[in-house]
Design a protein around this ligand. Structure first.
Ligand code: NZQ
Ligand code: ZN
Length: 392
């Protein structure tokens, strides 16, 4: 196991009707003037936004509102949010929504404390300061409710890039699984896929003897395989949604990723798809993961064979572990298809003729040097082949 530090100070308030605690929690974490940030309207239609506003009013907290965050959140609204926060003297941001709203809130939180362009931090500048963020989560997927990360798309050039810093971990996150019951099935499935991708991207490691995190990741993958189909079959199944919601948080706040190298090539490759075609990140991953895995599995056949046998129940063939490894990848693909996810490039709206653009943005776009590095190092030529595998 490698040396590590792990700092995860988020306070979690989990369960039914916990959104009514928002006002008290903001006060507890020092907020007095709040920006309520939200998305395209699901929180208005469900009545959640009104309940959250009431909770702030009950605590006599002043607030301003900024809605309109799109999935795959854009830089334009971030600039608007920063200006609003500076003008209004906002000292706390409450994100009410999914990963996109939370990531946009985190970007505004950094930009409000900075005189330059917030995009500098998405180009590698270390983050030192941000105003505090709290969340009321409405979809189990991105894990941003516990993570130090934020992913934003810069409209100029449609570049999707991430930044990370412990200061971006939410002060609190309110996780009420019942809030996810209004999700369309496709979004629920995209969320399940993203959570599984976060587990796989950590499982693919070059660090030896990391049994404790291997086993935690396997347990979470098994949970997703058990609960995913249950929630797709019965969207009102609170217990299944509760298990998925907590798995999504534990899977991405890095409890299961410490002390080991991680992959993230599939995420980086997918981010170009959701940047160019505006597809759901999880749906993009459903197409990306099997292609990347089939391309790289020979780098460590036994690791793929291990997850195949321990998680997917494939028979371990010690004479031919490659066949076990490949059976595990097929099992993952079949599972994703069974919950309603796309498996082909064109189902995302992606076009074969765009592959050169995808590769160019991925490997030579702002902040890149011709390759991406993870479980294996992938050069432009490798990435072209992977996108072509998705299009076959
Ligand atoms: O905008 P509204 O109207 O709220 O609708 C949203 C949106 O259309 C809808 N939705 C959310 N909760 C709902 C609901 N509809 C009905 N009922 C509810 N309860 O679902 C759609 C998708 O929402 P979004 O926030 O985009 O989903 P998700 O949480 O999957 O976030 C995706 C973004 O997170 C990034 C992705 O790249 C993508 O931009 N990621 C962020 C990470 C992080 N910060 O740690 C890590 C991830 O790997 C990921 O890259
Ligand atoms: Zn993800």
């Amino acid at each position: 196991m490698e040396n590590f530090t792990f700092y995860s100070p988020t306070y979690f308030d989990f369960g039914k009707e916990t959104e009514s605690h928002a006002g008290k929690l903001i006060k507890r974490f020092g907020g007095s003037k709040v920006l309520i940030h939200y998305g395209g309207g699901s929180v208005i239609r469900s009545g959640l936004l009104d309940r959250v506003k009431k909770s702030l009013e009950d605590e006599s907290l002043a607030y301003v509102m900024l809605g309109g965050v799109q999935p795959n959140p854009r830089s334009g609204l971030v600039y608007e949010g920063i200006e609003l926060c500076k003008k209004e003297g906002v000292d706390f941001i409450l994100a009410v929504g999914g990963g996109s709203v939370i990531d946009s809130a985190k970007a505004i939180a950094i930009g409000t404390c900075y005189d330059g362009d917030f995009w500098d931090f998405y180009m590698g500048k270390p983050i030192e300061e941000a105003i505090p963020v709290g969340t009321v989560l409405t979809i189990a997927a991105a894990g941003s409710e516990g993570s130090p990360d934020s992913v934003i798309t810069k409209e100029e050039g449609m570049l999707k890039r991430a930044t990370s810093g412990n200061v971006l971990r939410p002060k609190f996150s309110i996780l009420n699984p019942a809030l996810t019951q209004t999700l369309p099935p496709y979004q629920t499935a995209a969320g399940i896929t993203d959570i599984m991708a976060h587990l796989y991207e950590r499982y693919l490691t070059n660090t030896k003897e990391v049994e404790v995190t291997d086993r935690l990741l396997e347990a979470l993958l098994l949970t997703m395989i058990h609960e995913g189909p249950r929630v797709i079959a019965d969207p009102d199944n609170y217990e299944a949604r509760a298990n998925i919601m907590w798995a999504g948080m534990v899977g991405h706040n890095n409890t299961c990723g410490v002390g080991r190298s991680q992959d993230w090539n599939s995420h980086t490759i997918e981010h170009e798809l959701s940047a160019l075609y505006d597809c759901a990140h999880g749906a993009g991953l459903a197409v990306t993961l099997p292609a990347v895995f089939r391309y790289v599995y020979k780098h460590d056949v036994m690791r793929f064979a291990k997850v195949a046998s321990r998680v997917w129940g494939c028979q371990m063939d010690f004479d031919n572990p490659e066949s076990t490894a490949l059976a595990g990848i097929t099992a993952l693909e079949t599972f994703l298809k069974s919950i309603g996810m796309p498996v082909r490039f064109d189902e995302l709206g992606a076009k074969k003729e765009d592959i050169p653009t995808l590769v160019k943005n991925l490997c030579y776009g702002e902040g890149r040097d011709g390759k991406i590095q993870g479980f294996v190092t992938l050069y432009a030529e490798d990435c072209r082949k992977i996108y072509e595998m998705m299009a076959e």
